[in-house]
Design a protein around this ligand. Structure first.
Ligand code: GTR
Length: 415
């Protein structure tokens, strides 16, 4: 069904692309849905009220944006098996483990490879958990990390890199993963390859975890929902892992995987801290601003990311019952960090800032301070208390500067 939709719209995509707005003066007038008002019109007045409103908002995001998780998936726990353990990783500073997360064989589910790098000396360390885009072997060049054999996204030239015949792809994403710095600061790093959970293309949901849980119905999950589910299953495993303190796990993601970390953090309050790096539309950016990437554009280009109801708001954002400041609020009272980049206009930095700022209302209820700045900070300045924010100079990416901010923020809140 979805495939047909894309094919029919394909000739229109060019027109949609040329319409992307980057002019602040052309942002439409909009009224955001309230965080602290129940659908019934009643006001949230206490933390108990907020817990109920939180459930209401979570259900709205499930039903209209990311998709409901099938009941069977909610009940499913994966099996885990440590397949490799290297005690003297990083010149003895760290322990590296490879762990397979698997479904029962008869389910036909994918095998998910997790890489756990934790500081030597035992004791559970606080950790960053996140997906990579091209396989665990791309985050560090050490040849002991197993090369991924899973589906890989083609690069800009349409070449598929990162499979077993491509030894040279080892470490090619290392610039986004400062493993040594993370270990030196006393944190563990846990990564998985997002394609293991659900290959990122519109195949009518025939592979990945959707194969196990069946064709999604209209309101049910797409790929972002499935990836978020995978992060939650990784956290199940971390509850058993000696090198990590599962009560102090920061879930991290960049871009589409930042949308994913936000959705995982919203659904699962076991995540102690949530980080969104340049997540943009469907992530931290306010949908109603329609600045850069719009809801219509994202649903057209990536029909498999959200549920099949989200596109019904493409041309009528006023009717969308939620907006992304409410997603940020769902993290309260846990700390959350939103980061933008100056040249990443497609992701609407101002819309990301505003969602973080407006979402901060939920922390006030707990007597905590979120993001109080009246206007956007200058580039390369980290601000905020329980809600952190920065606008990094440069393009859509994850850099050392971003990590410095996340490490400082996590140190402040988790150590
Ligand atoms: C873009 C997409 C963005 C963002 C990005 C990424 O093509 O429009 O929403 O998710 O991909 O994930 O790299």
């Amino acid at each position: 069904m979805k495939k047909v939709f894309v094919l029919l719209l394909a000739p229109l995509q060019i027109a949609v692309a040329s319409e992307a707005n980057y002019d602040e003066a052309k942002v439409p007038d909009y009224v955001l849905p309230e965080i602290m008002t129940f659908e019934s019109g009643e006001q949230v007045e206490s933390i108990d009220d907020w817990k109920q409103r939180r459930s209401e908002l979570l259900a709205l995001f499930s039903a209209h944006v990311y998709g409901e998780v099938p009941k069977l998936a909610e009940e499913t726990r994966l099996q885990s098996r440590v397949t490799r353990e290297v005690a003297g990783f990083l010149d003895g500073k760290a322990v590296l483990k490879e762990v397979d997360l698997t479904f029962p064989e008869e389910s036909g589910g994918p095998a998910i490879q997790m890489l756990v790098i934790s500081p030597s000396g035992g004791g559970g360390a606080p950790a960053f958990l996140g997906y990579n885009f091209r396989g665990n072997h791309t985050i560090h060049s050490d040849p002991r990390i197993t090369l991924s054999e899973a589906w890989m996204r083609p690069d800009k030239e349409g070449r598929v890199v990162g499979n077993r015949s491509m030894e040279k792809s080892r470490g090619t994403s290392a610039n986004r993963w400062p493993v040594e710095k993370i270990i030196d600061r006393g944190f563990a790093l846990v990564v998985m390859y997002y394609g293991d959970i659900d290959p990122d293309f519109d195949d009518g949901f025939e592979n990945g975890v959707h194969r196990v849980f069946g064709q999604p119905e209209e309101a049910q999950w797409g790929s972002i929902g499935a990836w978020a589910w995978g992060l939650r299953r990784a956290l199940d495993y971390l509850e058993e892992e000696d090198g990590v303190d599962a009560a102090r796990v920061a879930v991290f993601g960049h871009s589409r995987l930042g949308k994913t970390s936000l959705w995982a953090g919203a659904q699962d309050e076991r995540f102690a801290l949530v980080i969104s790096n340049n997540s943009g539309c469907g992530g931290a950016a306010l949908s109603r601003r329609a600045f850069g990437e719009t809801v219509k554009r994202i649903n057209t280009n990536f029909p498999h990311w959200f549920n099949d109801r989200f596109p019904s708001y493409d041309d009528d954002l006023d009717a969308l019952p939620v907006d992304q400041h409410q997603l940020i609020a769902l993290m309260a009272p846990r700390p959350v960090y939103v980061a933008s980049a100056t040249e990443d206009e497609w992701a609407d930095p101002r819309g990301e800032f505003l969602a973080a700022k407006l979402g901060s209302e939920a922390w006030a209820l707990y007597g905590k301070r979120g993001l109080e700045a009246g206007k956007m900070p200058p580039p390369n300045q980290s601000i905020g208390d329980s809600v952190g924010y920065h606008l990094r100079e440069g393009k859509h990416d994850v850099t050392d500067f971003d990590w410095e901010c996340y490490l400082d923020f996590a140190e402040r809140h988790l150590q």
